[in-house]
Design a protein around this ligand. Sequence first.
Ligand SMILES: Nc1ncnc2c1ncn2[C@@H]1O[C@H](COP(=O)(O)OP(=O)(O)OP(=O)(O)O)[C@@H](O)[C@H]1O
Length: 655
Amino acid sequence: MTSVTAAADRGGLSHFDTPPERSGAHPVRWHDESDRPADGSSRQVVEAFARYQRKAALSMTTASQGTPPAMDRSAREAYLSSGTIGADVREVVRQSWARSARAGVDPSSLQPVYGDDEADPKVLAAVDVVLARQLDRLGREPISIIFASPSGMILRQTCPDGSLSGFLRRVSLEPGTDFGEGRVGTNGIGTALQAEKPTLIMGAEHFADELTIFACAGAPVHHPVSRSIVGIIDLTCTAANGNTLLLSYAQTVAEQIELELLQTVGGKQLALLRDYLAACRHATGPIVALNSDLVMMNHHAQQSLSDSDRAVLLARTSDARGNAKPTVFVADLPSGTLARMDYRPTFSGAELAGGVFRVGLTATRKEGGERRVEPPRLPGLAGHSRSWMRTTSALRQALRADRWAVLEGEEGVGKFALIRAMHYAEMPDRHFRMIDAQTAAEDPEGWLTAVEEEFEGPPGTLVLRHLDLLPGRMIGPLSEILLQQAAHSRNAEGHWVVATIDQAADHPAVLAQLVPIFDVTIALEPLRHRGEDIGVLAPLMLAQIAQSEEITLSARAVNQLQRHPWPGNVTQLQKVLRAVLSYKRRGVVDVADLPAECLAVGRRTLTSIESIERDAIVRSLQSQGGNKSLAAIDLGMSRATIYRKIREYSITITG
Ligand SMILES: Nc1ncnc2c1ncn2[C@@H]1O[C@H](COP(=O)(O)OP(=O)(O)OP(=O)(O)O)[C@@H](O)[C@H]1O
């Protein structure tokens, strides 16, 4: 082991001990007060810095080892003048330069942007503890430790060396400045955030001229449980002193902050983490753990599922949230895969702390495009998910066996449409009547009489729609009528009675007194759990509403619709398609043509204020070509806030 003596001797940086092949320079200090930058022209500053670098270089031990191959300034100049990328430009840098150029960063003039950022106080407290400890160890080493938010805003900066501090101030590397890549181009903070991994940016690899005098190593700091990025640690020193040790040091500081943060994690989160890790240990498939604050997914869930499958899977998991009993359920994913989800609750003491889902995936479409057996057609309706087929087949069996049924599902999910289509598909010659309990309160007597008269009329289907809305005082009388009829009319000449209820409604008396009169309860799943159906439903409905085949949906638009949670189900999808048709009558509807509400894929229903805010963000992002910084300015919010809200509302930006 080689130790970097100058640093370790002072009791600091001893963790820089490295194998010989990775050993490198130790940080240097100003040797002479006269080297300190004078307040003067930038030329003076550059000269002062050059002097400083030269001296720094002299005091280095094994500077070049462990350092990315030095890239001379000509590669950068060639790129900036002609867009030519030299062979010695590292991939991470070449990608970052391209992003910086696309974001319109001016390489010849650094234009720092100042602002506020909402910092998590727990994270900042952990950062402060670790930075104070590091500062003690650094003594007066000319190295700066910076902490920036997930959007690149500098929140903390320490530098024990006054001279280096002076240079940092000149480029505004100080709290309150946004060092996101889209603002100042390639740099240790913004580029590491983009790459989501530790990244070293050396001298001329920086995009902006003024930053090329520095070496910056950025290491993301993760939340110890969720592993989401809570900020970034950046170590900055002179370009001549930069090497991979700087990166190791940044990673060490980031890890120390994570350890510090771990102390603040509550019992519930730890309990969930414990169960999640235990599940991951034996996992051969996706594992998802969640509570109201946290979602954790193993590598399998992140890598092997498409975005739309993952969105549907998460939507399905959130339905079991808060359940204190183990449950197993099945979800159809948009790709045609069937997910069997085994949910086990997690407890912290007696308190429910969340739950872990072990997911088993079964491909339902075989290679070679083997077709499924198509169910009998239901006129005017579309659907081919397993869930849809299970429901339609259960309802068909109930009809054929004269078994009275309750069809339950969320509002607008298509309960009534399905019963009506089933009736006309199976017994088109028979009488069909719907009586809506929503109107029962207006004329209770008349409503009950209508039900009685229906039973006296010709046989057929009687739908008692919205049964959960029946006023309490009418439940007794209706149950008497139904019980009496149930005793007589279960034969081919009788009535097939089907009721619809909203499963979200609070209707204990209906459940206790009326539902047991029916033979079977069948569930029609919310649209968000039948993403596959959207692929056939949306084009069909678009053509139906437009009464034309001149307008179609692109595959990307369908994919986007499949990712939406559809709290208002098919009715909401219908409204969206109507809205699209109000401004586009022919051609191909693409993602950009969809209303703002469809560009967000969230797991929960938003309040109206939240959806207004979400729509405003989506509109602004659209008008700014997807540029989050510009959208933030447009909306008068900080970049951190827009990033948080984009995540919170699960807004996707497709390019
Ligand atoms: N699978 C489907 N294919 C085509 N259209 C559908 C389908 N499901 C629902 N719809 C249409 O969606 C709209 C809403 O359906 P419907 O009124 O049956 O929902 P519901 O569940 O009975 O709603 P609620 O309980 O809120 O009254 C209707 O216009 C219906 O024709």
